[in-house]
Design a protein around this ligand. Structure first.
Ligand code: ASP
Length: 586
C-alpha cells in the first residue's frame, strides 16, 4: 500500500503516530524556514510541514513540488498550533521525514478548488481534473448514495433489477433515435433505447411482477440544462396494480430518498393535482409549488371597458406578487422586456400597484375607473403593498404558459424559490393526446402504451382529443422528476390506439407486432413509472444543471469535448458497414 491513512481522517487522537500519506499537491507555501504542503485526496486535505532547520534537503525537495504532483509523504502526526477550523483535519499536521514524488504534473489549466477559475468549456475538456474538485466529487458521491438507496428500497419491496438490451429496434412515436449500423446485417440499424418501455412491459407479460433497472436512455433531442443525449432512469414496472398502488409505492420511494439523502422526513401525502388544474392555475404541467401566486382569470372584470387589447383577448390572467408594489418603473419595464423575449413571446404586460391607502394605480388607468380597479383588487385578493401583473392573449394555453414564465421569474426575484425547501406534487389525469402542428395529427402525450381513463374510452371514437389518460408525473420544485402510466394490456385497445395515432394496421404490426402479439398470451394489468436519476441528484445537490452530477457529460451541442466525440469514421470502418457519407449540398 502506498499509504497508511487518507488525507481526511487524521484527528487530534492520532498525534504521535507515524503515518504515510499519498495524494495530490493542492499547494505549497513557504513561511520563515518552513514549507507547508496541502496534500489532497478524495477524502480531504492534510497539512504537511517541512522544517528547513531540521532537514534542509527534504525542505528543498518540497519547495520544488508543483500543483497536482502526486506525492507520498512519511511523517509524524503533531498537534497544530494555528488550528484551521474549516478543515476536519485542521487540528493536526504531519511533520515530514520523507517525501517521494510518485508522478509530476503539468500545471493544470484551472485551479482545483470549489471556486475554480476555469470556465465551463475548459473544465469539460479536462473533466478528470474537474472531478478532483470537491464540488464535483461530492455530486458523484451523492449520486452513488442515491442509486444505493434506490436499490435498497426497491429490493425490500420485492423488485427485481433486470437488464434490458442497449441495441434494440427503432420505434417511432417519441424523440429521435440514436442509431447504430449493423455490420452483420448490412444496411440495417439498431437503435439505442429511448427507454426500456416495451421491454419492461414484456417482462410483465413474462410474469416478473416487480421490475426495476437503473438504466441509460438515449434521445436525440435539442439539449437544455436538464437534458443530456444520454441520461439515467430509475425505470420501474409493476403488475396487478392500479394507479394508486404505483403512486403509493413510488411516493414511498421518494420519501425514503428524502430521509436517507437529505435527512428530511416527509410525513404528509404528496399533493395531487389534475393536469387541467395545473394548467389553469399555474400554466404548467410541472408547477413550482414552493410558492402560491396562482393565476386568476380576469375576463369578467377587465373586458368591456374599451381597452381593445383585453376586449379582444381569448384569455386575461393575473398574478398577485405580494408585497411587490415598491417595484420601480425601471423594474416593471424590465419585467415587460422579460416577457417579450423571443423565448417567451408575449406582447406586453399590464401592472397595477395597490397603494398603502388601498387605491389601485395601473398602467392602463385611462381605460378603467377606480371602481373597476377595486373590483380587480378584490378578485386578486390584493392588499396594500401588493403588485398585480396581468397578461392577455388570443390563445389561452399559450398565454398561460407565458404567464407561467412571469410567475417563476417573480418567484425568483422575491426569493420564494429556496433550494432547500421542497414542494412535492403528483400531476394526474394528463390528456391522452396532443395535437402536433408539425405532423398534423394527434400524438401520444405520454406514449402510445398508456391506458385511457376507463370513463373516457367511449370518447376515443367521438372526441379523442378530450380523452384523459391514466398518466401521472411527480413534480418537485417545478422539475418533473418522474412520470409513468397504467398501460394498455389488451391487444384490441392497443391496436385502436395505433389507429388514432395514424398507423395503418400493417405499419402498427410491423413496428409493434411483438408487443401486440405478446398481449395475446395473457398480459396482466400493469403500469409503471420512470424517475430521472440525474434530475433527482441535481435537485438534492441544489445544482442548476444535470451536467454537474454526471461524470462525463456532453456539452450543449451534444459533444464530448474531452473524447472529441462524435467524430468521423475511418474509410475501412465505413466499408465494413457498407456506409457512404454523402456531402450535403450547401
Ligand atoms: N418509459 C417512460 C418514459 O421514459 C416512463 C414510463 O411510462 O414508465 O418517460
Amino acid at each position: 500500500m502506498y499509504r497508511t491513512n487518507t488525507n481526511g481522517e487524521l484527528r487530534l487522537a492520532d498525534v504521535g503516530r507515524d503515518v504515510t500519506l499519498a495524494g495530490w499537491v493542492q499547494r505549497t507555501r513557504r513561511m520563515g524556514g518552513m514549507t507547508f504542503l496541502d496534500l489532497r485526496d478524495r477524502y480531504g486535505i492534510t497539512q504537511v510541514v517541512f522544517d528547513n532547520s531540521t532537514d534542509p534537503a527534504l525542505t528543498e525537495a518540497a519547495n520544488h513540488l508543483g500543483r497536482e504532483f502526486v506525492v507520498q509523504v512519511k511523517g509524524k502526526v503533531a498537534e497544530r498550533s494555528a488550528k484551521n477550523a474549516n478543515l476536519p483535519t485542521g487540528d493536526i499536521e504531519i511533520i515530514a521525514s520523507e517525501l517521494k514524488v510518485l508522478n509530476p504534473s503539468e500545471v493544470p489549466p484551472f485551479t482545483i478548488e470549489d471556486d475554480t477559475d476555469g470556465g465551463d468549456d475548459i473544465r469539460m475538456k479536462y473533466r478528470y481534473l474537474d472531478i478532483r474538485r470537491g464540488a464535483v466529487r461530492r455530486n458523484l458521491e451523492l449520486r452513488h448514495k442515491m442509486a444505493l438507496e434506490v436499490r435498497r428500497y426497491l429490493d425490500a419491496q420485492g423488485f427485481l433489477e433486470i437488464e434490458t438490451p442497449m441495441l434494440v429496434g427503432s420505434t417511432p412515436e417519441g424523440a429521435r433515435d440514436f442509431v447504430v449500423p449493423s455490420r452483420m446485417n448490412q444496411g440495417q440499424f439498431y437503435a439505442l433505447p429511448q427507454s426500456p418501455q416495451t421491454l419492461k412491459q414484456l417482462l410483465m407479460v413474462a410474469g416478473i411482477d416487480r421490475y426495476f433497472q437503473i438504466v441509460k436512455c438515449f434521445r436525440d433531442e435539442d439539449l437544455r440544462a436538464d437534458r443530456q443525449p444520454e441520461f439515467t432512469q430509475i425505470d420501474c414496472e409493476m403488475s396487478f396494480i392500479e394507479q394508486d398502488d404505483i403512486i403509493n409505492t413510488f411516493e414511498g420511494m421518494a420519501k425514503h430518498l428524502f430521509k436517507e439523502i437529505r435527512g428530511i422526513e416527509l410525513t404528509e401525502p404528496f399533493l395531487r393535482m389534475t393536469w387541467a388544474d395545473a394548467m389553469r392555475l399555474y400554466g404548467s404541467d410541472k408547477p413550482d409549488m414552493r410558492f402560491g401566486m396562482t393565476f386568476v382569470e380576469l375576463d369578467d372584470v377587465l373586458k368591456g371597458s374599451g381597452f381593445s387589447v383585453f376586449d379582444n383577448a381569448a384569455y386575461i390572467g393575473g398574478i398577485n406578487a405580494k408585497g411587490a408594489a415598491h417595484y420601480t418603473r425601471k423594474q416593471l419595464d424590465a419585467l415587460t422586456e422579460f416577457v417579450k423575449r423571443p423565448q417567451i413571446g408575449a406582447k406586453g404586460l399590464v401592472y397595477a400597484r395597490v397603494g398603502e391607502d388601498g387605491t389601485v394605480k395601473s398602467s392602463v388607468d385611462k381605460f378603467y375607473s377606480q371602481e373597476t380597479l377595486q373590483a380587480l383588487r378584490k378578485k386578486m385578493d390584493a392588499e396594500p403593498g401588493d403588485l398585480i401583473l396581468i397578461m392577455s392573449g388570443d390563445d389561452a394555453m399559450r398565454t398561460r404558459k407565458q404567464l407561467c414564465e412571469l410567475r417563476l421569474e417573480m418567484g425568483s426575484q422575491l426569493g420564494l424559490r429556496d433550494k432547500n425547501k421542497f414542494a412535492c406534487l403528483w400531476v394526474v389525469d394528463f390528456p391522452m393526446f396532443e395535437w402536433s402542428d408539425e405532423e398534423q395529427r394527434l400524438m401520444a402525450m405520454h406514449h402510445p402504451f398508456t391506458h385511457p381513463k376507463d370513463e373516457d374510452i367511449p370518447m376515443l371514437d367521438t372526441d379523442p382529443a378530450a380523452v384523459r389518460a391514466d398518466a401521472y408525473d411527480m413534480v418537485i420544485n417545478g422539475v418533473e422528476v418522474g412520470g409513468g402510466s397504467i398501460r394498455i394490456h389488451d391487444s384490441a385497445l392497443q391496436a385502436k390506439m395505433f389507429e388514432i395515432l395514424g398507423f395503418t394496421p400493417e405499419k402498427a404490426q410491423e413496428q409493434f407486432g411483438f408487443l401486440m402479439n405478446a398481449f395475446k398470451f395473457g398480459a396482466p394489468p400493469h403500469g409503471g413509472l420512470a424517475y430521472g436519476l440525474d434530475r433527482w441528484v441535481s435537485l438534492f445537490a441544489g445544482l442548476d444543471s444535470i451536467r454537474d452530477c454526471i461524470a462525463f457529460p456532453k456539452n450543449n451541442s451534444g459533444r464530448d469535448v474531452m473524447l472529441d466525440a462524435p467524430a468521423a469514421l475511418d474509410q475501412k470502418q465505413l466499408d465494413e458497414l457498407s456506409l457512404a457519407i454523402v456531402e450535403e449540398n450547401k
